[in-house]
Design a protein around this ligand. Structure first.
Ligand SMILES: [Zn+2]
Length: 304
């Protein structure tokens, strides 16, 4: 039985503390998690407000995807730089879950709505640290899930997500000399090769469960078993627990297939099956495509 996403409450109040800028810091409560936002220097009120809204919307997106905020307590250490936009983004778990990120002083509302970095970092909270050769699954899952979580929360359109996958996934395909995901630590194979693994897993899980389960069920099971950024897990345990969440051994089988061999994928054929077509710079969907229902289920929240 699925759990319905609880009503997400975002409560913001001023945190008390001993730092000189403590009055500017804030704590948000979203999806059962407390998020401390700690500013390196005091922002002007309009910027502070934009930052807190942005943190809240990213936290809501991951909460919709995982049905809970991934950790009970997160510290966001926020620095400012001259200019606008969002930079950096680093998630660590060794000293309690923490995200370090930088924001431009002149950032506008659209800089924050366009940002993908903070949601990506929050997805990292919901996955265990695995040995270095499997780094692609940490970056690949964050790359794949970040836009899906934002779409399910209503912040991105399916056209945007599939368009970005059509543009991005070719960078994850094996190049000559590739030795599989565990043995080819290039940028393309780490981020987009890992994302390709996740998309293929998502589709296969849905095929085998008549679209009743998806990759989110595997990832929620990993999170529920304690597989957060704070834990160090071997890959075998991670995938086994993930498969337990869907009832089908898709993650383990796909890993065996892709870990040490190139395992090329015909992306054009895949887009056709899913009913995704780029036409004149625009993404068009074919509702009669064989995997159209699976495509729709990937970006649509079942609870909305
Ligand atoms: Zn990352």
């Amino acid at each position: 039985m699925r759990r319905v996403v609880p009503l997400i409450l975002a409560m913001i109040w001023l945190a008390s503390g001993s730092r000189t800028t403590a009055q500017d810091d804030a704590q948000l409560e979203i999806g059962g998690g407390k998020i401390d936002v700690i500013f390196s220097s005091a922002p002007a009120e309009p910027l502070r407000d934009l930052v807190l809204r942005w943190v809240a919307s990213c936290a809501r997106a991951v909460t919709v995807y995982y049905e809970q905020f991934p950790v009970s307590h997160l510290q966001i250490r926020l620095r400012f730089f001259e200019g606008h936009g969002v930079r950096g983004g680093r998630t660590t778990g060794w000293d309690g879950p923490a995200i370090a990120i930088a924001v431009g002083w002149s950032s506008s509302a659209s800089d924050f709505t366009e940002d993908w970095v903070l949601t990506h970092e929050m997805v990292h909270l919901a996955f265990p640290s695995v040995p270095e050769e499997h780094h692609w699954i940490e970056e690949g899952s964050a790359t794949y899930i970040e836009p899906i979580a934002r779409a399910r929360a209503g912040d991105l359109t399916p056209e945007k997500i599939w368009g970005d996958l059509v543009d991005g996934l070719p960078k994850g395909l094996p190049q000559p000399g590739d030795s599989g995901l565990d043995f080819t630590p290039t940028w393309g194979r780490t981020y987009w090769g890992g994302a390709l693994f996740c998309l293929l897993a998502d589709i296969e899980i849905r095929k085998r469960t008549r679209n009743k389960k998806g990759l989110e069920d595997a990832l929620r099971a990993i999170l529920k078993a304690g597989g957060t950024i704070e834990s160090d897990w071997p890959i075998a345990r991670t995938l086994e627990i993930g498969d337990g969440g869907t009832g089908v051994p898709v993650l383990r089988e796909l890993y065996e297939k892709m870990k040490a061999t190139p395992a090329p994928v015909d992306l054009s054929a895949l887009w056709k099956e899913l009913g995704v077509e780029r036409r004149g710079g625009k993404i068009k969907f074919d509702s009669k495509a064989p995997l159209a229902a699976i495509r729709t289920a990937i970006t649509q929240s079942k609870d909305r």
